[in-house]
Design a protein around this ligand. Structure first.
Ligand code: GDP
Ligand code: MG
Length: 378
């Protein structure tokens, strides 16, 4: 795997992206499972769609909406958020902690062999080979201090935090109104769900939200988004399925300006009819909203699925090369024991990880906070 592009994002030349473009299509297409639904009638209801498990997997709408207020009495939101984070990271925490404890079984002193085992363990948790090697090097220097599990965990926390904690970003883009956020990612990573959760978050903060249904690939995708918009209390702009995504996005921005909207969230497709190049379509959407508001989209948010492991890193590269990303959201951390991917993403990409998904419910999206993450991990 090539690491050359890592950590150089912001200074890359505009033309560099072209060199990689043949791979872009391939990888984006590769993520999309081959399926028969291309020929399916557009009116297929979401319940029968294999790729829209929302309707089946989710508890009834009411339940989803009420969870937040029941679990989060005023005054304790931070503690409750941390509890959710911890519970979302249970699989990864159990995996790491059990094995770290096993490292010490029958031994008291931290030795070379344990260091090697620890490296394997970190790689197995998807921290990434390069990052795991860096971490091990740092831990090796402190090995003489390590005389038990707790000491090792505390050093791991310290070193991982040093790798992933970043200076806070400037809030420049947050000032725009309407703020246009374009959400991209391959099929099934959780774009629509993340938009629903983000919409609910902004609405709770008192902002007026409008969602653009620019994933026009199938009617079911638009229906799924409509349900999320209703839950979140957001407006939605949609056309018929198969409509031009760029036109939907343009109309949404126009409506947002007319209706005094604060935040526009644009849903996009993760795959298209085989003849259409996904990246070209996304560029078209980008240009189209830029015609209405020159600085828009203010943010391009790539959604990545934590359960896809290191593959997420190559997706980030491909999208960044094609459309220049501003931020990342990592979903389904609750569904994997390989939450180390967070460390890999933060340490090797120059794109900030802004949101993490720790469940399917409307309030299961959190702003990523490195300190809380590390605390919740061990
Ligand atoms: P899209 O194709 O990118 O729009 O993906 P969807 O938003 O339709 O999500 C695909 C599936 O992932 C749905 O079943 C979601 O409920 C599920 N999903 C999304 N985010 C999360 C998350 O943070 N945790 C879990 N467990 N499931 C999630
Ligand atoms: Mg979708």
């Amino acid at each position: 795997m090539a690491f050359k592009w890592l950590k150089r994002k912001k200074d890359k030349g505009a033309d560099e992206a072209e060199a990689d473009s043949p791979a872009v299509d391939e990888a984006a297409e590769a993520e999309a499972p081959a399926e028969a639904d291309e020929e399916a009638p557009p009116e297929t209801p979401p319940e029968t769609e294999p790729h829209e498990p929302l309707a089946e997997d989710q508890p009834p709408e009411d339940e989803v909406i009420t969870t937040a207020s029941e679990d989060e009495p005023a005054g304790k939101p931070r503690r409750s958020l941390f509890k959710r984070l911890r519970s979302g990271l249970t699989k990864t925490r159990d995996f790491l902690n059990t094995d770290i404890e096993d490292l010490f079984s029958g031994k008291r002193k931290f030795d070379e062999e344990m260091l090697e085992e620890l490296e394997e363990l970190l790689i197995a948790a998807d921290i990434g080979v390069r990052t795991a090697m860096d971490l091990i090097e740092k831990i090796a220097r402190k090995a003489s201090r390590i005389d038990g599990v707790e000491e090792l965990k505390s050093i791991l926390r310290e070193e991982i935090l040093a790798l992933i904690d970043r200076a806070p970003e400037d809030e420049g883009t947050g000032m725009a109104k309407p703020q246009i956020i374009m959400v991209v990612g391959v099929n099934g990573v959780g774009k629509t769900t993340t938009i629903g959760k983000l919409a609910a978050h902004h609405a709770r903060e008192g902002r007026k939200v409008l969602i653009a249904a620019a994933d026009t690939f199938r009617a079911a995708a638009i229906e799924q988004l409509t349900i999320w918009a209703e839950r979140a209390g957001a407006d939605i702009v949609k056309h018929k399925d198969q409509a031009d995504p760029a036109a939907v996005a343009f109309d949404a921005v126009e409506a947002a300006v007319a209706r005094d909207v604060d935040v526009v969230l644009i849903d996009t497709a993760g795959r298209l009819h085989t003849k259409v190049n996904l990246m070209e379509e996304l560029k078209k959407i980008k240009r189209s909203v830029g015609k209405k508001i020159a600085e828009a989209p203010h943010e391009i948010l790539l959604v990545l699925d934590a359960t896809t492991g290191q593959n997420a890193l190559s997706q980030a590269q491909l999208f960044d090369d094609a459309i220049d990303l501003d931020a990342l959201a990592l979903t389904k951390l609750d569904g994997t024991a390989k939450g180390g991917i967070v460390v890999s993403i933060c340490s090797s990409l120059n794109i900030p990880l802004r949101h993490i998904g720790v469940g399917e419910k409307i309030d299961d999206l959190q702003e990523f906070n490195a300190k809380d993450f590390v605390e919740a991990l061990f």
